[in-house]
Design a protein around this ligand. Structure first.
Ligand SMILES: NC(=O)c1ccc[n+]([C@@H]2O[C@H](COP(=O)([O-])OP(=O)(O)OC[C@H]3O[C@@H](n4cnc5c(N)ncnc54)[C@H](OP(=O)(O)O)[C@@H]3O)[C@@H](O)[C@H]2O)c1
Length: 297
């Protein structure tokens, strides 16, 4: 199939584009930055807020995987006007399936960013196009970035009453690929990680994996969104879940002994073993190149 991916340069897009290519699709990737097209990935320039380049981007595609977002501070600029512009162009182009990525909790706690996600879900559902909404729980990378933002503090403020269900983007990308192959579901589908952990558990594993020593200071975060999260509105009991745990994301699988003495005893300059300070994002299961379960021989 010919598939347009918006948000192709983002955290999930970085896993989805190679996953779609591996599944044999022709991918058109949208970005506000110009990129060189290569192989089965054609990059196109476009901006969902101004609408420039959007009609050309959807022309001739069978499916649109709409991942682009202006994020939590973007006041829904991409999720709402951007989604409207995309739907308008997709209708004119006769696109058969629009898949939109949303967040678990958008329906139960439509506050702040989740309110924009919920409104965009409605736009997609009422678009007249074949549609699927995939609601995911927070990505490992997003939590990692949040914790990294607190790294310079002498103590980490953690709210132990908040449950999190982090999920691996490679597994979300694999599910998006399956949903595209299955065709429009005409409903919302929820997908979460394999474990629900509280903030203290998340922070402690993260500190251990980073080799950092910090005390965790228990606090209670205020606000409606945290109250909804505390009540379990941002986690899901939907099955199947992902398999990769937070700790597996943080720690690369152990290297297996090799029969080849030379290989075993010569660390390459780029191997994780010779770069102990390397960011975990860069060496976890091949980074964001899509999910491949590690095998042990
Ligand atoms: N992050 C999470 O933990 C999480 C959890 C569940 C669901 N989700 C959902 O999953 C989707 C992907 O999230 P993500 O974290 O991968 O996103 P991200 O890393 O923040 O990337 C955002 C993407 O949006 C694109 N974008 C921003 N403004 C744009 C504009 N005006 N026109 C066109 N493209 C624009 C950016 O592309 P360029 O800068 O290249 O233009 C970028 O590729 C979103 O719908 C998000 O709500 C995220």
């Amino acid at each position: 199939m010919r598939i347009l991916v918006t948000g192709a340069t983002g955290t999930l897009g970085g896993a989805l584009v190679p996953a779609l290519v591996r599944a044999g699709h022709q991918v058109r990737a949208l970005s506000r930055t110009r990129h060189e097209s290569r192989g089965k990935v054609e990059w196109v320039w476009g901006d969902l807020i101004s609408g420039k380049g959007v009609h050309d981007a959807v022309s001739g595609v069978d499916v649109v995987a709409h991942l682009a977002t202006s994020g939590r501070r973007g006041r829904g600029a991409v999720d709402l006007p951007g989604t409207r512009a995309l739907i308008h162009a997709a209708r004119e182009a006769g696109v058969g399936h629009l898949l939109y990525t949303s967040m678990v909790g958008a329906d139960r706690a439509p506050t702040g960013y989740l309110r924009y996600k919920r409104e965009a879900e409605h736009l997609v559902g009422e678009s007249g196009l074949g549609w699927t909404v995939l609601r995911a729980t927070p990505f490992h990378q997003w939590l990692h970035q949040r914790l990294r933002g607190l790294q310079s503090l002498p103590v980490l403020p953690v709210d132990p009453s908040l449950p999190w269900q982090p999920v691996h983007t490679g597994e979300v990308a694999a599910l998006v690929t399956q949903l595209i192959a299955a065709g429009p579901a005409g409903r919302e589908i929820e997908f979460g990680g394999p474990q629900v952990l509280d903030t203290r558990e998340l922070a402690r594993s993260w500190l251990i994996a980073r080799g950092l020593r910090r005390a965790c200071l228990p606090v209670r975060f205020p606000g409606r969104l945290y109250a909804a999260q505390r009540a379990g509105d941002l986690t899901t009991d939907a099955t199947p879940t992902g398999h990769i745990t937070w700790l597996e994301y943080l720690l690369p699988p152990p290297s297996m002994p090799s029969d080849d003495f030379a290989t075993e005893h010569t660390a390459s300059p780029t191997s994780p073993a010779s770069q102990p300070e390397q960011d975990p994002d860069l060496h976890v299961y091949g980074g964001d190149e899509g999910y491949q379960r590690p095998t042990r021989t």
